[in-house]
Design a protein around this ligand. Structure first.
Ligand code: PMP
Length: 355
């Protein structure tokens, strides 16, 4: 080891899902939306003026903050925006998780949480989900330096009732509680109304899933103005210009088209319910999912085998080799046609494999 390496801030990075690029592929591995963003986004892109790129963007991203606030009937002081919810969450970890006490998040959850905790040297504990992948709210009642969990949880897809979420917040009013609602628009209950009641609650959402904008990188946090001020202080101490001009303009167009958003979400939910029925017929089991993915395990064929077989056909799903979840596939909901092709392949494969 070179001497300078002693001083390197080392971390085992998060591994994002792969981004294969085959013309014929069916991509169900990173929970993207199969439909294009709202038509207004395309219009903005068509009319962009490259000359403007000379100028720095608005560091406050006021237009985007305002559009998000309008959509949720909030004050703009209650909204923070960032480069995808990954950036927003990283800023939250840096700003609010600054205690000697461990922060708490589930053992099976979004695998970026332990990476940020390690990078920022935040102590953490991971209470185990129950056997059937539920969060036990009582596990979050002990002393801690902060709490974060996704609702619905990822990669399990399991959601929590709002009363249970409120129980967790009520027991943790001396620390910041973050509910990561990346997938909430597909049918789970949002904790957003609780931000008026609890000044220590942050609700984080994203344009990447329900608004088809994963490639543009827009996420946001909603909470008490004091929390938002603290977040902005850290953001401006790190990088003032996080949101570029294109993201601000297209983000406004995306969130203003409520009808398109609701229509897209409805189509995905319908296809999800169809996919659940078909998967059951094929011998898969899974907890009910109110997200845009299903976390399923087959009664007789191992997940890894199915993952490889699907992959050969250029059908990409996500497989995690971690201990408690290594016999599950996380299947993103694509278009109805994509899911029919996916189910069609499984029918044929399992038929040959089992009989
Ligand atoms: N939270 C959860 C639970 C996720 O699964 C993801 C998607 N990888 C994110 C946050 C981050 O999404 P984005 O940065 O695209 O908003």
């Amino acid at each position: 080891m070179k001497l300078w390496e002693k001083n390197v801030r080392r971390v085992v990075p998060y591994t994002p899902g792969e981004q294969p690029n085959q013309p014929d592929m069916i991509k169900l591995n990173t929970n993207e939306n199969p439909y294009p963003p709202a038509p207004g986004v395309q219009n903005i892109l068509r009319n962009m003026n490259a000359d403007k790129m000379r100028l720095y963007p608005d560091p406050t991203a006021a237009d985007l903050v305002g559009a998000v606030a309008d959509f949720y009937h909030l004050q703009k002081e209650q909204v923070f925006v960032g480069v995808g919810s990954d950036d927003v969450l990283a800023m939250c970890f840096m700003t609010f998780f600054n205690s000697e006490r461990p922060i708490l998040f589930p053992d099976i959850t979004y695998s970026f949480y332990d990476v940020w905790a390690q990078l920022l040297r935040i102590p953490y504990e991971r209470p185990a989900l129950t056997e059937n992948f539920s969060i036990r709210k009582e596990d979050y009642y002990k002393e801690n330096g902060g709490v974060i969990f996704p609702n619905p949880n990822a990669p399990t897809g399991v959601d929590m009732e709002l009363e249970e979420i409120e129980d967790i917040i009520r027991h943790n009013q001396d620390v910041v509680v973050i509910v990561d609602e990346a997938y909430v628009d597909f049918g789970a209950q949002t904790a957003l109304p609780l931000i008026e009641k609890y000044d220590n609650l942050l609700v984080v959402q994203t344009f990447s899933k329900s608004r088809s904008m994963a490639g543009m990188r827009i996420g946001y946090a909603m909470g008490n103005p004091a929390l938002i001020r603290y977040l902005n202080d850290v953001k401006y101490s790190f990088n003032s210009y996080t949101m570029n001009r294109t993201a601000i303009l297209t983000g406004v167009a995306a969130i203003q088209d409520k009808e398109y958003f609701e229509d897209t979400v409805r189509k995905i939910v319908e296809t999800r319910e169809w996919t659940k029925r078909e998967l059951k017929k094929l011998g898969f089991s899974f907890r009910d999912s109110k997200s845009n993915f299903i976390f399923a395990s087959h009664e007789s064929v191992l997940a890894e085998e199915l993952f490889m077989a699907l992959r050969k056909e250029h059908i990409y799903v996500r497989y995690f080799s971690a201990e408690r979840i290594k016999n599950y596939l996380r299947i993103t909901i694509g278009t109805q046609e994509e899911m029919e092709a996916f189910i069609g392949f499984l029918q044929k494969y399992l038929d040959v494999r089992i009989h």
